[in-house]
Structures are given as C-alpha cells and as structure tokens.
Design a protein around this ligand. Structure first.
Ligand code: FAD
Length: 302
C-alpha cells in the first residue's frame, strides 16, 4: 500500500497498515506532521490531559509506525493512475506501484486575498502563531478568522503580545465553546465581529490593517505589528481532479469505511468530505482506512 500524506491521518494509517502485516510506504509530502507541525499545544487529543505540541505528537506516531514496519519517504504524489488493477503514482522522478492507496494529503491554510497580504507575507503576515509569537512581544497584533484555529492561535499569541485583536467577518465566532470562552474572558484579546479585512498595510513590514465594518460600510485603519491569518483550509487534492468527483471545495467523497468511488482508493483525514476537523478524528480515519484497505486486499470486494 502507498499512503499519501504525513499528517496525523497518514501517520496513523501507516501505523495501522503495518500492524496488519501489510507492506506500506508513506509519502509525507514536504512536511511530516502537516497542519499540527506548528501547533504549540494540540488540545483534545485523547491521552494528553494538558495537550501536547504537534511537533512532538507526530514524530511519536511516526516512530511507532516505523517500529511496526512502515516505511517513510518525503515527496508529494503528483500523479495517480490505475492500470491493470494496480495504482501507479508519480512523485518527482520516483514511480511507485501499489494495490491500494490511502490519500491523507490534508489541507493548507487559505491565504488572505487582499493586495498587501501576499506582499507582506513573512514580513508581519504569518500563518504560524507559535513560530512568530516571540517576535511580537508587547506589540498589538491582529488575528483574522473566528473559528477554532483563529481563536486557538489568538490564545497562543496572547501569551506574548500586549493586545490581540480578532477580526471576524461574520456576525459571531464559530469556534467551539472551550476556545470561545477563554478568548472572551481574556483581558488581552478583543473580538470584533462583522469586520472585513480589506488590506494589509506597510512598506517593508506590516504596520496595520484596513478594516471595513459590514454594518456601516466605513473603513478604518488599525495599527498592528503583525497579522495572523486563519480563514479556512484548502484541500490538497489537485492530483485527484481527473479521477474523483470532488466537492466544490476540493474534498473527496468517501463512505463510512473511507472508500472512494474507485476500488482500491481510500481517503482519510481533513481531505475527505465530512471530516470532523479534529486531530483525533483524522487519526481515526487513518485507522479505519487501513482496516478497510486490508479487507479489500484480502477479498477484493468493493
Ligand atoms: C491552527 C490550527 C490549530 C489546530 N489545533 C488543533 C487542536 O488543538 N486539536 C485538534 O484536535 N485539532 C487541531 N487542528 C486540526 C488538525 O490540525 C487537523 O484536523 C489534522 O491535522 C488533520 O490531519 P490530516 O493528516 O488529515 O492532514 P494534514 O495535517 O493537513 O496533513 C497532510 C499531510 O499530507 C502531506 N501532503 C500534502 N500534499 C501531498 C501530496 N500531494 N503527496 C503526499 N503528501 C502530501 C502534507 O505534507 C502533510 O504531511 C488545528 C488546525 C489548525 C489549522
């Protein structure tokens, strides 16, 4: 089997496939750990009462998978094709053949689509709060978004920044209650709903953001030293477009066993339609896909 993806879904799939005694290679893309890699404290993952850094959790799962017999390589799956009952995958100059493939390629964070955001990326515009929080010590920063990721990272930033302003386009926050309550009770975090970021301002570095209140339509500039963007995810499924009917956001349809419409092709984790968006759920998907793939290789039933 080949597993595409080195996030918590792919790593757990590799662990589970290897434990079932199947030969498996996991291609981890560019980054082992995926979205969790830069998370200072992964919350809600079973077994870690106080949370665990994502950069610790993912290598631990990989170590467990290697001990069970899984093999790993870096590289992105660029093309995939089924010929004569086998899946053929291309990754750079490497060609791979597998009887079953588990796609666990996850997603990347969406960028803010305003002129200054791309120009100032890495110069105050960031998507990694734990990497850049120490650089904004005692400064005022903006976080764009109102979901789990935005609020979790606003909390991380509040440990360093003097003030964190959360700018949420919608009329209320959409994050789960545990993040919402902590944010709303934080003396350092201010939440502004109905606030659309129209531009990121600055010459060599971010100096502010232009914000429009949807209620009044008036824009105002806000002085901030950095802007952290958490406005949703873009599934990494470009290599599947010609084969699978993806949903409009690019996610893969699967059944309860993580089977796609194509025999031998499975999808697990945040890349699939209906994913719960939690690390534990992605790990569960990986294990489910592994068992289903093992069954498929045993009896060929689909
Ligand atoms: C800021 C933030 C904070 C979060 N905090 C928490 C939290 O505290 N608790 C929690 O439960 N959840 C949290 N989540 C959600 C959690 O990160 C995801 O649910 C989970 O990481 C999804 O795992 P995944 O393996 O499906 O995908 P990903 O983590 O996206 O992993 C995808 C993997 O696939 C690889 N890849 C991509 N394209 C290819 C390709 N073509 N070929 C091969 N490999 C490829 C990538 O390099 C990566 O290794 C957070 C998410 C964000 C964005």
């Amino acid at each position: 089997m080949v597993i595409a993806g080195g996030g918590v879904a792919g790593l757990t799939a590799a662990l589970s496939v290897a434990r079932l005694g199947r030969k498996c290679l996991a291609l981890t893309g560019d980054t082992l750990g995926g979205l969790l890699l830069s998370i200072e404290k992964v919350e809600g993952y079973p077994g870690f009462i106080d949370g665990i850094p994502g950069y610790d959790l993912c290598p631990m799962i990989q170590e467990q998978a290697v001990a069970a017999g899984a093999q790993f390589a870096t590289g992105n799956v660029e093309r995939i094709e089924k010929q004569h009952g086998h899946w053929h995958l291309a990754s750079g100059k490497s060609k791979l053949m597998a009887r079953a493939v588990i796609v666990a390629t996850g997603a990347t964070l969406r960028e803010l689509d305003v002129p200054g955001a791309a120009r100032l990326f890495g110069k105050g515009v960031s998507q990694c709060a734990s990497c850049d929080a120490p650089l904004v010590r005692n400064r005022t920063v903006a976080v764009v978004g109102g979901g789990d990721s935005a609020l979790q990272e606003a909390l991380t930033l509040s440990g360093f920044a003097e003030r964190v302003i959360v700018l949420q386009r919608d009329e209320k926050l959409t994050a789960q209650a545990s993040y919402r309550d902590r944010v709303l009770n934080s003396a350092k975090i201010e939440v502004r709903c109905n606030a659309v970021v129209e531009d990121v301002l600055g010459g060599d570095r971010v100096t502010g953001v232009r914000v429009r209140e949807t209620s009044g339509n008036a824009s105002a500039d806000l002085e901030v030293a950095a802007v952290f963007v958490y406005i949703g995810l873009r599934p990494a499924t470009a290599f599947l477009h010609d084969h699978v009917n993806l949903d409009p956001s690019g996610r893969v349809p699967v059944d309860a066993q993580m089977r796609t419409e194509l025999p031998g092709l499975f999808a697990a984790g945040i890349v699939r339609i209906g994913a719960a968006g939690r690390a534990a759920a992605a790990a569960g998907d990986g294990a489910t896909a592994a068992v289903a793939a093992d069954n498929y290789l045993t009896d060929g039933a689909w």
